[in-house]
Design a protein around this ligand. Structure first.
Ligand code: FAD
Length: 469
């Protein structure tokens, strides 16, 4: 696909899926001068009112921002559109709240952005490139990956269209048809995991003056151990509220009375914010959606096909990294295109070889973060560890980067974020060991001279150890 010398061939690229990641990738490829045809199953999102069943807003963090920067959209999204959230605001059972800043030292935040707005903006931006064509109502139904040929069904006319391309980008989401075709490829590994919890979106409307009913610069959480509710602010001063809970619990809330009793018991302060009538309407008007984590590799077939975004690595949403990781794919792919002068025979295998470890890592981290958000944030041991991390990162900002910060506020590869945390755990474990031994020595002295039992000394130390690491 490459020519000699510095000039490179203009590639004919088909991007399957015009969601967040496919639309961004189209821009990156257009910027490199390639011909891009973008095929999307649904109607043009710029003409579609909000559809239920896909998260309405999302948290954008540094990886996504970095990718948007390269296509000239970061500034607008961050400075004029997104709503910054500087920490978690925890709602206790009695309705009182407290804040846990994401980064107590640098006061960095993540940004709440609307899915429809961002997707529309990306598609709109592609209109400024003559080398991008968009085809909506086109559903991929058949693929010959080695030949680079694809067949689409035009869902509004029932006709089929076949196209060929030098490069096929599969950005068609968690239930990807491109990936389905790859399942037949030898040595293609694939696994999917549904968690037993689903999610349902509710809404806190703006107040009567059109303002926010809660402080807007936080991600609000109602952590309740086995389940939780969260809320992200919208640009119209409403809130998208998401209830995450085991499916069985959703199923048991089958009458209005049971639902209201449940909210009275677990989220009492939210009832007046949502409004009783709206709560009943929204809850019974929707149904809980499943959450799936997908791992697969390699992401490419020869120098013809590449999976990116959720098609390659759907993750559960608890680290707010699905879109960010997908955007980072586009950024990394562009770096490789630059490095190899768009030689797909080098770019695609290198992307596959270098990316999977990081996407597997964020997938596991996202599962862990559900436990942190719904349960651990309420525990003193979590708060002690957070305070320790904040203190150490304040004292040693370049050396001690806490896990959440490395994932959310840095572009450190995800797998490195995990290794970093393991290294930090080891150091803290040793420090606590030394502290524990010193206390033990002191305790032993008291034990000998006063009326102190060994359990009074050993049990608290053992418990702190167990919970902190
Ligand atoms: P999608 O957004 O799924 O887009 C795929 C596109 O492909 C769709 O438009 C679809 O219509 C199209 N398509 C599918 N099949 C075909 C076909 N056969 N032919 C043609 N087109 C097809 N991420 C974050 O970073 N931050 C968050 O805060 C966050 N919150 C989330 C909350 C929830 C509840 C959920 C479920 C996810 C959240 N995510 C978040 C994850 C984020 O939504 C996804 O990672 C992101 O949408 C992936 O983008 P994508 O373009 O790869 O896939």
């Amino acid at each position: 696909n490459l020519q000699n010398g510095s000039s490179k061939k203009r590639l004919d690229v088909v991007v399957v899926g015009g969601g967040l990641v496919g639309s961004l990738e189209a821009l990156y490829l257009a910027k490199r001068g390639h011909r891009v045809r973008l095929y999307e199953f649904r109607e043009d999102i710029r003409k579609t009112p909000e559809v239920r069943g896909r998260s309405i807003n999302l948290a954008l963090s540094i990886r996504g921002r970095t990718a948007l920067r390269d296509v000239g959209l970061e500034k607008h999204i961050v400075e004029s559109y997104g709503i910054p959230m500087y920490g978690r605001r925890i709602h206790r059972l009695d309705g009182s709240t407290y804040n846990i800043p994401y980064d107590a030292n640098t006061k960095q935040g993540i940004y709440s952005v609307g899915r429809t707005y961002l997707n529309s903006l990306l598609l709109q931006e592609s209109e400024s490139y003559d080398n991008v064509e968009r085809f909506f109502h086109h559903k991929l139904i058949e693929a010959n990956l080695h030949k680079g040929s694809l067949t689409f069904l035009k869902t509004n006319t029932n006709e089929t269209v076949s196209v060929t391309a030098d490069l096929i980008i599969g950005a068609d989401g968690a239930y990807s048809s491109v990936r389905k075709a790859m399942l037949k490829e030898p040595l293609f590994d694939f696994s999917q995991k549904y968690i037993e919890h689903g999610y349902l979106e509710l809404c806190i409307p703006a107040d009567e003056n059109g303002g926010f009913q809660m402080p807007p610069n936080f991600l609000h959480i109602w952590p309740r151990g086995e389940f939780m509710m969260i809320a992200l602010p919208n640009q119209d001063c409403s809130w998208t509220v998401t209830l995450f809970m085991p499916f069985i619990k959703f199923k048991n809330l089958d009458t209005e009375e049971k639902l209201l009793d449940f909210f009275e018991a677990y989220f009492p302060d939210s009832i007046s914010l949502i409004g009783r009538k709206k709560l009943l309407e929204d809850f019974f008007g929707g149904k809980p959606s499943p959450l799936v984590a997908i791992k697969c590799r390699p992401y490419n077939v020869d120098n013809k096909v590449l999976l990116i975004g959720d098609a390659a690595h759907a993750v559960v949403p608890f680290y707010g990294q699905g879109m960010n990781a997908g955007f980072e794919d586009c950024w990394l792919l562009d770096k490789l295109m630059q490095k190899h002068n768009d030689d797909l025979s080098k770019v695609l295998p290198e992307f596959s070889d270098t990316r999977w470890e990081d996407t597997f890592a964020i997938s596991d981290l996202a599962l862990y973060n559900y436990v942190e958000m719904r349960d651990l944030v309420t525990r003193p041991t979590y708060l002690i560890r957070k305070a320790l991390d904040d203190l150490l990162s304040w004292a040693l900002p370049t050396v001690w980067v806490p896990l959440y910060n490395s994932v959310t506020f840095s572009t450190m590869p995800y797998s490195q974020c995990v290794k970093n945390r393991q290294w930090q755990d080891k150091i803290l474990k040793r420090a606590f060991m030394i502290l524990g031994l010193s206390i033990l020595a002191g305790g032993g002295y008291s034990y000998k001279n006063n009326n102190v039992t060994s359990d009074m000394i050993l049990l608290p130390i053992r418990n702190i150890f167990k919970k902190l690491f």
